[in-house]
Design a protein around this ligand. Sequence first.
Ligand code: MN
Length: 239
Amino acid sequence: MTDEYLFISDCHLDSEKPAISANLIEFLRERAASARCLYILGDLFEVWLGDDDPAPAHGELIETLFNLSKNTHLYFLAGNRDFLLGDDLARRAGLEIIAEPVLLNLGHQGIVLLHGDLLCTDDHDYQTFRKTVRSPKWQTDFLQKPLIERQEIAIDLRSESIASKALKKMEIMDANRDAIVSCFEKHDVEVIIHGHTHRPGIHLYPHARTRYVLGDWNPEPSYLSWRGATGFVLQDPRV
Ligand SMILES: [Mn+2]
């Protein structure tokens, strides 16, 4: 066991993309096994419509997570695709569900963990939608519908989302600079770690502040590592 902390997000696991699941399972078995903690910062699944979904395509992954959780502490912070991941799946996968913003100290640095969608404040339509679907009432009502009906609603929402994204300028889907700066200030931290935008990178700000953006896993793994001896290292073939 090392002092390593690992951070991933945006695997978007999907039965139609088995190579991503295979990469993640290998990462969990090989790379993450010696880490102290693994933080999954949302959009682990392309879609998660409730823990009563038998999700047979994800059986091996859930078992691999559970086995890993015996030695490595696994945290899950919801993304915009899998915010309905609940206590039942968390128990089966050995995950501890955490709610953003998550504050953490590593070395002498204060860190805040987010999925990242909250920083995309220029996308007003999305922020309105987010408020609706994150309300406990909406979630309770939705989860009471039969699974087949939830799947149909998700397909409708997905096609609307693709259509609206195609019409929006790319920059309004990225993190807003004012939202980033106010996030550093509000939480009084030196580091922000998030995913969601699928634009992996390391961004520097005044006052020795750094924002690490995790990439998606299509086609290659992307992860951030922290160790006392090395600090943060972003592993992404695009960076
Ligand atoms: Mn996302």
